[in-house]
Write a protein that binds this ligand. Sequence first.
Ligand code: ADP
Ligand code: MG
Ligand code: MG
Length: 200
Amino acid sequence: MKWLQKFATTLEENKDYLTELDAAIGDADHGINMVRGFQKVITQLPSVADKDIGSILKTVSMTLISTVGGASGPLYGTLFLRASTAIAGKQELTEQDMLKMLQAGLEGVIGRGKAQLGDKTMVDALAPAVAAFGQAAQESKLMLEAMQKAVAAAEQGMKETIPMQAKKGRASYLGERSVGHQDPGATSSYLMLKSLLDII
Ligand code: ADP
Ligand code: MG
Ligand code: MG
């Protein structure tokens, strides 16, 4: 899948950036974790190339859970697992399928990590993006425009994590010292959606 390839490349390009963001409020490994996981995903893509999108995303999920440590491995793993179930058997995605997939992925992250909006996590990029995509789909916008709106919302949500105090994950241990830094996971989530837009 082009999306996964694009995201893997984007992660490599942003590996140091993500790791620097995590150095400020975490343990300086987010870029490393994500690149490790998606490099492994890329090596597995040829073996699932003829499979439906749901099966491919399920493979991604299993790979992330087994190769990415820390908080982000299980969270992104759950995101892809729930996304895969939402579109099981599909070879192509309509706007409605995409909405279901994004909603399910977000619900997976929230179910697993229990973060709410404003807790300074990936949810702060993902939730506004899913809402924006849903709004656009309801207005019968086509895939490209709906995804443009989703990515713009994710970017804004990512930036809005800067003044937030972290309430979940490692950054929450810093208390008020987490304020003034952009959340690494919100940043990788924005990059994930941007990669999806770039291949549409
Ligand atoms: P670790 O913190 O274990 O080193 P990473 O650095 O790879 O893991 O990932 C950190 C990111 O994970 C954070 O920036 C945040 O966005 C996300 N995160 C941490 N805990 C949660 C949670 N409970 N819910 C949602 N996202 C979370
Ligand atoms: Mg970390
Ligand atoms: Mg870590």
